[in-house]
Design a protein around this ligand. Sequence first.
Ligand code: FES
Length: 394
Amino acid sequence: MTVQPKDESAPSRPTAGRANRPQPGQDWSQWPTYDAAALGFRNYWYPVVWEREIGDKPHAVTLLGEKIVLVRKGDVVHALHDRCPHRGVPLSLGRREFPGTVSCPYHGWTFDVTNGKLAAVLTDGPESPICGRVSVKTYPTAQRLGLVWVFVGDDQPHPIEQDIPAELLDNDHVLGGKYDIREGNWRFAAENGFDEGHAKYLHNTALWRLFKVMPAWNKTRVEEHGPWLIRVQDEVHWDAHFPGLGTFTNKRWWKRMPLPDAPGKGKNVNPVIAGLNLPGFVSIRLPGLLRVAYPDFIHYEWYVPVDADRVRYVQIMVRFEDGPKGLLFKAKYLAAIRWLFHGQFTAQDAWMVDVMDAPPEKLYRPDLSITGWRRMIEKAAPTPQPHKAPPNGC
Ligand code: FES
């Protein structure tokens, strides 16, 4: 199974329940903030594309339901509302007539990419009286980890460092990654990421797990540590005996013995990962970032809302090394991890998110990870603001 990168402008395939929107008569009052966040949480920094993807051509993206165009000027990537205020044509279809500007393809209204101001109107001459009186909204941008980040919101942006795990900013590392546009609301993707139950069953067919045993079932709790919610294993069971039915286990003669019960334990633990003192492998935080820590590398995935029915699924795998060990990891990433983990393994997750039809739902004991995440959001998150279309001009 593979997830094909999708063109964001393509319509989403309709699937019942995908958008996770309250239906008439359903009582969703238990998670009002979470339920209202179909388009994600505003006033956060979101990773969007690789820096290297933004060349001279404007690049269209949709974030939290807002159409945005990314445009490079020198080393810096800028973001503007992707709509010409004249007649509403996307600026992402435009041309770069002059350095530091983007020109609408229809009548040539030309905007300064740094501040969104109308700098020239090509079809109205140098004396055009509308120049300087119209602008398009701009979005704060930053470039970190090889990615372009955009702050989507209404507040003054806080430092981007608040939205990136500190270990990524404070330590040398190498990383590999990929992103896809996937079907499904971002909350389904986030819940799948932090879901305690599914990996032991859904992913026991993944090639990534071919030589590694997964538990059959666990007893788990969730703990808050700073901005993170962490799944902690109280009991790990490798076999489950069901009277009258048989035994369920993921053990096979060719599989290696299990990982320790926390990422900082065991042999060959990377010192940066050991220093995090994580009580469990899997953590999640706002606005929708999952961290899966292994003893010697960490996988991160961001669920960036495109709209209510699609998510930009940004994955990176990080090894906290430089020099030859770092280069070796990068080679391993490109040769295997990218296909096995960021490909087939997480494509199984994409499949479930795509076909899921909920609510309604009947939860079971391991779903305390999902309810813990929803509860954390209710406590920590700002109430999402209703989506406001950016101004078309002034
Ligand atoms: Fe953009 Fe006319 S619609 S210049």
